[in-house]
Design a protein. Sequence first.
Length: 331
Amino acid sequence: MSTPRQATAVAASNIALVKYWGKRDLELNLPATGSISVTLDKLISRTTVTFDAGLDGDKVLLNGEQDPTKAARVLRFLDLVRRTYGVQERARIVSVNDFPTGAGLASSASGFAALALACDAALGLGLSRDELSVLARRGSGSAARSFIAGFAEMHAGDEADGTDAHAIDLAPPTQLPLRVLVAITTRSEKAIGSTEGMRLTEATSPFYGAWLDATRADLDRMRAAIKNSDLELVGTIAEGNCLRMHGTMLSTEPALLYWNAATVALMHAVRALRAEGLGAWFTIDAGPQVKVLCDAHDAAAIQARLAEVPGVEAVISAAPGPGAHVIEAGA
Ligand code: 2P0
């Protein structure tokens, strides 16, 4: 019997400064527009994959739990890897997040980036970073961005097969003195996942076309703002783009309302901080947590203020960080 093939990879979450909300192809998971993100140095997934001919089925352990619903996406991804690269063995996957389980923090970006890289290393596929980004995208669109250190741009691509829909470097982690303060407002899971939410938006929102046009314009503005190391402009564009995305979500039928009371209180708190002269801008994804962008020098003071907002359970301070990387390969 052949020796099991094993590798471990780590990848961090990334926060979109210009968001991805809409697909041009569901099967290949191709985004309708590009997006721009910053990879963090916190909120990390560590994933070990072992392809083993001795296994009679795939085994998936996510944060110490065997959850069939969450495992289903991982199993589909494993089947894709086997189909694409002619692999026969079943696999054991053990993935843990360094943030609290069930914290209501999205883990699909870090999780699928770490999984794609661990599969590549275990099987010795030798994929390029672009190819890894394309592969991870099939698991989750945002995962394609977590291979890039610091600031990344995801390309929507033109090719029908999706080979040019991957992330590229925009700027290194040191480009801006940025901190991302992640304010956790609830630990429960979101009601409607991103894939289903996007499908509903594409099908029903009268604003969907305008959202895509505005996002394309935001990409040009954001790229320039990052290149110029203009944190105030980065924050301003990110907050506006986030609000346009949520406006579009709210105009979906049924309406996608991802906010709770503390989410809204945090938005007001950030605006109050700005009125006081502190540089702080919010961004919110498909869930109730609020990510606040600010200068590293102001981060401690702003973190303390956010922690006082009613309904806030914790505030995690993160900086721009490295891309996904392998930490162990070999049986
Ligand atoms: C983003 N989000 O750009 C946007 C903003 C959420 C709101 O990418 O369907 O879990 O698996 O490709 O990557 C979250 O969506 O969606 C996401 P799928 P994913 O970060």
